[in-house]
Every structure is written in structure tokens, then in C-alpha cells.
Write a protein that binds this ligand. Structure first.
Ligand code: GDP
Length: 358
């Protein structure tokens, strides 16, 4: 499954956040047989629709979609030159599907900042610089080969041209993610460039920042078009120890409506380009993860590969229609159940039952 790699400077709160990600009980509760690597943290995608479906169908349990985060050992300046954990660090990022940078905005004189002060844009630049340098190394190695291929094979020209353009962008100190409007990164997929991955930013803040709308807006603009999540990692690691009522009180005391991990799950899901569809029955109400734009047979394949191979059609009811009519039978009677074929592109909130041959 797709993962976000957690990166950040030392002492920004990565371990504290990761601790909350690994100790929340979503996996134990819903995926008892899943084996999880020690450096992977999983969080449930909050979806109130599942509670409603479970009520309508009298489901025994609810199985939410999840988002996985991989803890990547700390970056240091000079990582692109192999300093310290450099090479391993870059190899781990290469395997992640998106990059999640944790940035410190909390003030605490007892916690040393590596660069001596709290400065989010400088932290972002430090990480970006290392990733940009690594990509430039990759490109410098690949460009002569791509140029040669472009000369002998016309269909390889676009890849060479995109690579040359990518080098210019990186030389100017920008990531390929920041330049995605100017460059078709799909042409460069074979190079697996680090800065072409989607970025997500987690600001580890304290209450003062979390309730300061102007400051939040400023930070959001600093990283746009990437998603920004604001949370207090220390509070998150305490929340997972509490019962629902105490957790709500603690959140309220710092002016928050929901756990930061909920917002992080949504942003992670969005950054990875994922969406869900729903199934419901007496056994379980469940959200299934698919890439945005997936067709009905691809969606069926997430449940079981046989479902994709033997796909006949999908009976689809929009979540809103199902709740309005109150049952599958009533939705059918009201003409709200659609039979969709193999070219159907799934929409968010589709409640589905697949018909297939085995
Ligand atoms: P890492 O090096 O990025 O993994 O950072 P850690 O998670 O180890 O955190 C470094 C120090 O900062 C620890 O002493 C944490 O308790 C503290 N810390 C982490 N998050 C917060 C926070 O939101 N507020 C404050 N005041 N301290 C924090």
C-alpha cells in the first residue's frame, strides 16, 4: 500500500508524533492479522458515514480506511553527500510515495533547535536543499544517456526534454513538486526523483499557534499548494492514552475540535491521491481505498483480485441516497440504485455491491 515518509530536522517532534501513530489502536482493532514493520505507523481515516451505515445495516463492526506513515531516520545537512545517515535516508525516501515533513513551530527553551531558532521556512529549505541536490546527482548521471536515446529514438525525446527542464528547475532551487504546473513529471517517473513526490507539511505547534488564525494562514501559504496540518505532537501522544471523554476535554482545553491525527489522516490520504468507496452489511461497514479515478473493476480488485477478473457489474447507491431512502430495497424502489459497467469511474461516497463470476 502507499506510504508517506516522515522527515524533518532533529528535535522537531518526529518521534513524539510517530509514537502516537504507532500506539493508536486502529490496527489491532480492525486488522488483527496484519503484520506491520516497526517503522510504520498507521492511522484511521475518520469517516462519520461508516457509523451511519453501521446503524442502518446493523453491522457487527466498522472497518475504516487507513493511511500509513514510515519513520525515516533524521536528515542532516549534507545528506545528499552521504554524510551521517545520508545514503540510507535517501534510499528510504525513494521508497515512500509522498514526503511528510514535520516542522517545529513550538517554542520551548528546554528543547534545542539545531539551527538555534524556530524558523519554519528555513527548516523547509534545509530539507528541500538536500533532496534537490540528490535529484541533481540523479539527473546528471541520467542526462547523457537520455540525450543519446533521444537522438536515436524519437519517442524518447520527451523524456530527455523533461529531464533537461527538471535540471533547470532544480538548479534554480525549486522542487519538482513546486514546479508541477510547468513540467510533466510522469515523463520522469523512471528516474524516481525525490522532489517530484507530493509533499505534506505537519506543523508541530503549541496552543498559542493552534488558536492563532493569522499565523495558521501564514504557514498554510508558506507551503501551498501542499497540504498543511497543525497539531501538538505532545498532546497527540497523550490523547491516545485517554478514554473518549477525557480526550475530548483535553482537546477542548487547547481549542481543538478533533485530534490532529484525524486531520493528518485526511491530508495524507489527499496527498497520496486516494479516495474511498463503501460497502455495508450485517458483518461490517467498511471503507475501501482506491486511487482517485479508479474504475469499478479496479475498485472490486481491492477487495479480491478474483473480483476484478470476474467483474460483471456494480450496483451503486450514492451514500446520500441510501441514507435518505433508508435501505437498499427502498433505494432500488426509488430508482436510486444504478447498475454500472466496467468503464464506470468510482465516485467518493459510492456504496457498492459487486456482481462477479468466480
Ligand atoms: P525528533 O528528534 O524530531 O524525533 O523529536 P522528538 O519527538 O524526540 O522531540 C524532541 C523534544 O521535543 C522532546 O523532548 C519532546 O518531548 C519535545 N516535543 C515534541 N513535541 C513537542 C511539542 O509539541 N511541544 C513541546 N513543548 N515539546 C515538544
Amino acid at each position: 500500500s502507499l506510504t508517506l515518509g516522515i522527515v524533518g530536522l532533529p528535535n522537531v517532534g518526529k518521534s513524539t508524533l510517530f509514537n502516537a501513530l504507532t500506539r493508536n489502536d486502529v490496527l489491532a482493532a480492525n486488522y488483527p492479522f496484519a503484520t506491520i514493520e516497526p517503522n510504520v505507523g498507521v492511522v484511521a481515516l475518520p469517516d462519520p458515514r461508516l457509523d451511519k451505515l453501521a446503524e442502518l445495516f446493523n453491522s457487527e463492526k466498522i472497518v475504516p480506511a487507513t493511511v500509513s506513515f514510515v519513520d525515516i531516520a533524521g536528515i542532516v545537512k549534507g545528506a545528499s553527500e552521504g554524510a551521517g545517515l545520508g545514503n540510507k535516508f535517501l534510499a528510504n525516501i525513494r521508497e515512500a510515495n509522498a514526503i511528510c515533513q514535520v516542522i517545529r513551530v513550538f517554542d520551548d527553551p528546554d528543547v534545542v533547535h539545531v539551527d538555534g531558532r524556530v524558523d519554519p521556512s528555513s527548516d523547509i529549505e534545509t530539507i528541500n536543499t538536500e533532496l534537490i541536490l540528490a535529484d541533481l546527482q540523479t539527473l546528471e548521471k541520467a542526462l547523457p544517456r537520455l540525450e543519446k536515446e533521444g537522438r536515436t529514438h524519437k519517442d524518447r525525446r520527451p523524456a530527455f526534454e523533461a529531464a533537461a527542464k527538471a535540471k533547470d528547475i532544480l538548479d534554480a532551487g525549486r522542487t519538482l513538486f513546486q514546479a508541477q504546473a510547468e513540467l510533466d513529471v510522469a515523463l520522469l517517473r523512471e528516474l524516481n526523483l525525490l522532489t517530484s513526490k507530493p509533499f505534506l507539511y505537519v506543523f508541530n505547534a503549541d496552543e498559542g499557534v493552534l488558536t492563532d488564525e493569522a499565523r495558521l494562514k501564514e504557514l498554510r501559504e508558506l507551503v501551498a499548494p501542499a497540504d498543511a496540518v497543525f497539531l501538538d505532537a505532545k498532546v497527540e501522544s497523550e490523547l491516545i492514552e485517554l478514554d473518549a471523554e477525557s480526550a475530548r476535554e483535553l482537546l477542548e482545553s487547547i481549542g481543538q475540535l478533533e485530534p490532529g491525527l484525524d486531520a493528518l489522516a485526511r491530508a495524507g490520504f489527499h496527498t497520496l491521491g486516494l479516495q474511498t468507496y463503501l460497502t455495508a452489511g450485517p458483518k461490517e461497514s467498511r471503507a475501501w481505498t482506491i486511487p482517485q479515478g479508479a474504475t469499478a473493476p479496479q475498485a472490486a480488485g481491492v477487495i479480491h483480485t478474483d473480483f476484478e477478473r470476474g467483474f460483471i457489474k456494480a450496483e451503486v447507491i450514492s451514500y446520500g441516497d441510501l441514507v435518505d431512502t433508508g435501505s437498499v430495497a427502498a433505494a432500488r424502489a426509488a430508482g436510486k440504485a444504478r447498475m454500472e459497467g466496467k468503464d464506470y469511474v468510482m465516485a467518493d461516497g459510492d456504496v457498492v455491491e459487486f456482481r462477479f463470476n468466480v
